[in-house]
Design a binder for this molecule. Structure first.
Ligand code: CA
Ligand code: CA
Length: 86
């Protein structure tokens, strides 16, 4: 038994149920069930939106006479484990 594609991801699927079958040359069979539990790994937060692509650089154009306290860009990110971000 090996891991394969797609990669294991606790946040997507944390439990696999495998039905194992064995058969002899007379056609007799037996089966067993194996539960594979994927353990969680703490992962860093990731940017979403236009900054989601790794290494991407965003350019923001702003006029020099823009008033103070104006929101010029919104950054979005999420944590794979769902922890709140600061
Ligand atoms: Ca995780
Ligand atoms: Ca995390």
């Amino acid at each position: 038994m090996t891991t394969a594609s797609p990669e294991l991801d606790f946040e997507t699927v944390s439990l696999y149920k495998l039905l194992i079958l064995v058969r002899d040359d007379k056609g007799n069979t037996a089966s067993q069930t194996i539960f594979v539990l994927v353990s969680d790994v703490e992962e860093p937060p990731v940017f979403t939106g236009v900054l989601a692509q790794l290494g991407r650089v965003a350019e923001i154009y702003i006029s020099e006479d823009t008033p103070k306290n104006i929101q010029i860009f919104t950054v979005t990110a999420k944590d794979p484990e769902g922890f709140p971000l600061k």
